[in-house]
Design a protein around this ligand. Structure first.
Ligand SMILES: Cc1cc2nc3c(=O)[nH]c(=O)nc-3n(C[C@H](O)[C@H](O)[C@H](O)COP(=O)(O)O)c2cc1C
Ligand code: SF4
Length: 424
């Protein structure tokens, strides 16, 4: 098995307890940072490690931190633990099994960005993860890793857990910031970026759970060690949440760059009942469908883009040969229709139209012009909406028509699903 960083100790009993975490190498990095490193040293180490954000966009973390405005006033760190992307369930496992690793990452990231307060914005439905974090936060305060005069220094470091109310859009960073401010979770136009103006109008860094969990390991083992794992320009590991028609759906931590085929077949045990793969969404529901001939694509952001899709959140959704692609697209459209915040017209109206058209095709009442109508509506949404949720619905839908146009046409003509034909 390749080296695991984040999930290595997940089978250790009671890893969520602070003593067990410390026994397994925890809380070494945070005291080291406090005693030996300046914020600039930390940013330099994270930059040299090559760590890129695991929330889906893969923006270099060190660069994000170096761009954060530091004017001597209060800054904030916001940990994005909203994890609402269909097919993605890695952050939940990280928080449930090893909450102190995230807290330690938060402390170091906050320090690097001149913040004394971290807000962990956790998805409302994550009851167990929230309970684990509450317990871990209390333990960390008790042992002096958090608090005023943290670890016998004159610094303050505080962490607050904030539970969301179940809106997917609050995972989008500017909506998350609005929600933390006590406003409606509406995305807003960028710039200003969060690092310029975030909660209470102050610079705020937003990072994903998995991103922050990597930080203590980079400090403890060094940026060169981290940069030696994974692929060029895609360093470290990634937790792939594999779901759908596979034998062993679960989270698998693999070096970035591992081909999709290895993740689906070697890790997740291949397709149920020995069936063939029909299509894969490689990075959660907001990515383009890939077809079986592209399964050898390495899981780096650039390789996925070249193959016509995106690495996204690493939620690998696998569909076998019996899947009706129209119905899959319909289910996705329903999700985005329900989750659109309604703030801008192309997304609010477009998602609803898309769902209604797909629903009528699925019900055997499609019109021969429907696939082109879907493409034209998607064209009216993509790049014309305020945030990326609008674009997100167009990725799987447009690619489903590009790859499976024949199946759409047959579904409309024969007024039924076209099972086992691969539709192509
Ligand atoms: C509609 C939408 C939903 C998102 N949901 C999440 C989420 O649940 N978790 C997350 O970390 N990032 C999510 N993102 C990405 C965040 O906006 C942001 O880029 C990310 O938290 C930055 O962290 P990183 O630099 O560590 O990747 C979402 C983006 C969009 C457009
Ligand atoms: S694109 Fe959709 S989710 Fe994003 S702001 Fe507009 S209506 Fe809201």
């Amino acid at each position: 098995m390749p080296e695991r960083i984040l999930t290595k100790n997940h089978d250790v009993p009671h890893l969520d307890d602070i003593d067990v975490y410390i026994e397994h190498g925890g809380y070494r990095a945070w005291p080291q940072v406090l005693r030996e490193m300046t914020p600039e040293d930390v940013i330099d180490a994270v930059s040299r490690s090559g760590l890129r954000g695991r929330g889906g966009a893969y923006f270099p973390t060190g660069r994000k931190w170096s761009l954060t405005v530091k004017d001597g006033g209060p800054n904030y760190l916001c940990c994005n633990a909203d994890e609402g992307e269909p097919g993605t369930f890695k952050d939940r496992q990280l928080m449930e099994r090893n909450p102190h690793e995230l807290l330690e990452g938060c402390c170091i990231a906050a320090y690097a960005n001149g913040a004394e307060w971290t807000y962990i914005y956790i998805r409302g439905e994550f009851f167990q993860a929230a309970a684990q974090l509450e317990k871990a936060i209390a333990q960390a305060y008790d042992r002096g890793y958090l608090g005023d005069g943290v670890l016998d220094t004159d610094r303050r470091m505080h962490v607050v857990l904030h539970r969301g109310a179940g809106a997917y859009i609050c995972g989008e960073e500017t909506a998350l910031l609005s929600s933390l401010d006590g406003k409606r979770g509406y995305p807003r136009v960028k710039p200003p970026f969060p690092g310029q103006r975030g909660i209470v109008e102050r610079p705020s860094v937003v990072n994903n759970v998995e991103t922050l969990c990597n930080v203590p390991h980079i400090i403890t083992h060094g940026p060169e060690w981290f940069a030696g794992i994974g692929a060029r320009r895609a360093t470290g590991t990634k937790i792939f949440s594999v779901s759908g028609h596979v034998n062993k759906p679960a989270n698998y931590e693999m070096p970035l760059g591992t081909p999709l085929r290895e993740i689906i077949f070697d890790c997740a045990g291949g397709i149920r009942d020995g069936k063939a793969v029909k299509a894969v969404l490689p990075g959660g529901s907001s990515t383009q469908f890939l077809t079986p001939e592209l399964l050898d694509t390495p899981t780096t952001p650039e390789a996925m883009l070249a193959a016509g899709s995106m690495l996204g959140s690493g939620g690998v959704i696998v569909m076998d040969e019996d899947t009706c692609i129209v119905n899959a697209a319909r289910i996705l459209a329903k999700f985005y229709m329900n989750e659109s915040c309604g703030q801008c017209t192309p997304c609010r109206e477009g998602c609803r139209w898309l769902y209604r058209i797909l629903d009528r095709i699925e019900a055997g009442q499609g019109d021969p012009g429907d696939p082109d109508l879907i493409l034209s509506i998607c064209d009216g949404i993509a790049t014309k909406s305020l945030c990326l949720l609008g674009d997100s619905i167009t990725y799987p839908l447009v690619s489903s028509i590009q790859h499976f146009r024949d199946e759409y046409d047959r579904h409309i003509r024969e007024q039924r699903c076209v099972p086992k034909t691969n539709g192509r």
